[in-house]
Write a protein that binds this ligand. Structure first.
Ligand code: NDP
Ligand code: 3PG
Length: 496
């Protein structure tokens, strides 16, 4: 049960505490925020509604703790991260249970998210000691007009205080994908968890507490993004923001000061299917890519662009697989579970009704009970339908029939998003040409889009983001280069 056993100290009555100065605290605001269980649609948990005062305190202590942490040897930082990873994995069951109740993620996937997060932290520790242990040595005589009188030593140094804001769909994993790189690189970290997913995040933060990280190095302030978000992102104490979520990220990037930003935002990942594709492979990937976690993944397949000549066959294969998807509660580990909120379900329904009115072919009847929406494949979608362009973040998948590859590439590139895309063909030469033409951060050949494995680079173009994630890129992004130049009175060339 949440807040029991080793997690007892993170709860006060029925309200979960926030984490500041190495301690679990109640907000003097006396206010709390309810977390609604997407399945029951009833309040499940409560968290503190932190105020600007608490944010100020957290920033102040994060700055002080970072100075000391930057002087902590890399191997010691890595050792603590490995310890936190082990504790997190040891307590995967209660944390996964929070995910089931807060975001209706199927039970098995919830456990996978926690285990994957532990592995991610350990990989950060290993990668960090390697890449941060190396710098550059440059000599001056490679630039015209110089003798060898200057040696330049460069190293990667921390940025300071990193603000991490993850979204609801991977609250734990997308939090540690920011925490791990920030800490190994010598930064301190302030986490603002998504409201849906906050309790899972608080449990995860307690695992870092139990591992023995210094006081103030990690903090976690809870509350609605709409209430404390601006104060956090515009806070002068923040030296870097790593954000994953929707359009909010675009607004943040306009408001944030002159600090490095890492933004992973929405996507409308296209799946281009050529005539020579293995249609069974395509159908399986459309199911996995389009419907896992009920389509609530930024990397979900969000539009299928299939050559007309194979469209009928492919649609039949996908329909047969959709019929086998189980629909119900996350506790029962169903494939399709309730979407995160009523407003999200209403938004999805709006897209479905628009497609209906404009003449899309419904491969199943539309069905909804509360936040639970049955999987739906929409065929013969046309460019004037909203579903052709907008991200449903739900189990609804549009199919657009194309008569040329160029038409598919054009649709993909006309989107304001550019996260990932995929191509199915047996011809690698064609696949490469199409991949090069697609304006997306990643193109998968013969598989559905995916962020993982977590050390792969992960980036979005256009409205899909700024910068690149993935463990190595995040560590590098959360550092800056510092040079020290040794000036010699006379040229000196090293002899062998
Ligand atoms: N590219 C990627 O890697 C991913 C992209 N996404 C995208 O995220 C969206 C769905 O996730 P969702 O969580 O609803 O996204 P949101 O953008 O609504 O929220 C993301 C985070 O931002 C917080 N937030 C809200 N308002 C502010 C603010 N003014 N300032 C600072 N933070 C704020 C939220 O807190 P609170 O919950 O309290 O409102 C939450 O922690 C989809 O568009 C999806 O594509 C999702 C996952 C991965
Ligand atoms: O949050 C998301 O949706 C992701 O970053 C996608 O992750 P996945 O491809 O591993 O599901």
């Amino acid at each position: 049960m949440a807040g029991s056993g080793v997690f007892e100290e993170i709860i006060d009555g029925d309200v979960f505490k926030y984490y500041s100065e190495g301690e679990w605290k109640k907000s003097p605001s006396g206010k709390s925020v309810s977390i609604i269980n997407p399945t029951t649609r009833k309040p499940q948990y409560k968290v503190q509604a932190c105020t600007q005062q608490e944010v100020n305190k957290v920033m102040e202590t994060a700055k002080i703790a970072q100075k000391q942490w930057a002087k902590t040897p890399l191997w010691k930082r890595a050792e603590l991260l490995h310890k936190a990873a082990a504790i997190l994995k040891e307590h995967k069951a209660p944390i996964a249970d929070c995910l089931v109740k807060e975001i209706a993620k199927p039970a098995k996937d919830s456990v996978t998210e926690v285990v994957r997060s532990g592995d991610l932290i350990s990989y950060c520790a290993e990668e960090g000691v390697r890449i941060l242990g190396e710098g550059k040595f440059l000599v001056s005589d490679s630039f015209p007009g110089n003798e060898r009188t200057k040696y330049c030593l460069t190293s990667k140094v921390p940025l300071g205080v990193v603000l991490a804001i993850p979204p609801f769909n991977y609250p734990v994993n997308l939090a540690v994908s920011k925490i791990g790189p920030a800490l190994i690189a010598g930064n301190s970290l302030v986490l603002k968890p998504p409201t849906q997913g906050a309790v899972a995040c608080l449990h995860m933060v307690h695992c870092f507490h139990l591992a023995g990280f210094p006081k103030g190095l990690i903090s976690c302030v809870t509350g609605k993004g709409s209430e404390i978000g601006d104060f956090l992102t515009m806070h002068p104490g923040v030296n870097c923001i790593s954000f994953t979520g929707g359009d909010t990220g675009i607004a943040i990037s306009k408001k944030a000061g002159m600090i490095p930003l890492q933004m992973e935002l929405g996507g409308k990942d296209a799946c281009i299917v050529l005539e020579d594709a293995d249609l069974d492979l395509v159908a399986s990937n459309i199911i996995k890519g389009g419907f896992s976690y009920s389509g609530q993944r930024c990397t979900a397949v969000k539009v299928v662009l299939v050559m007309e000549s194979v469209a009928d066959t492919l649609v039949e294969k996908v329909k047969a697989k959709v019929a086998k998807l189980t629909v119900g509660s996350p506790e029962d580990d169903c494939d399709i579970t309730p979407v995160v909120s009523e407003s999200s379900a209403n938004f999805i329904e709006g897209l479905v009704m628009d497609a209906k009115q404009k003449g899309a072919t419904f491969c199943q009847s539309y069905k909804r009970e509360g936040n639970l929406i049955w999987p739906l494949l929409l065929d013969n979608v046309q460019p004037d339908m909203r579903i052709a362009w907008e991200e449903p973040f739900g189990p609804i998948l549009p199919v657009i029939r194309i008569t040329s590859v160029e038409e598919g590439i054009h649709h993909c590139n006309a989107s304001n998003f550019g996260l990932q895309g995929c191509i199915f063909t047996r011809d690698i030469n064609k696949a490469m040409l199409i991949s090069d033409a697609m304006e997306t951060g990643t193109v998968q050949i013969n598989s559905a889009p995916a962020r993982g494995p977590d050390h792969f680079p992960f980036q979005g173009l256009k409205d899909s983001g700024i910068g690149s994630q993935g463990i190595t890129n995040s560590i590098n992004m959360m550092t800056k280069i510092k040079s020290t130049v040794i000036n010699l009175p006379t040229p000196s060339y090293t002899m062998g």
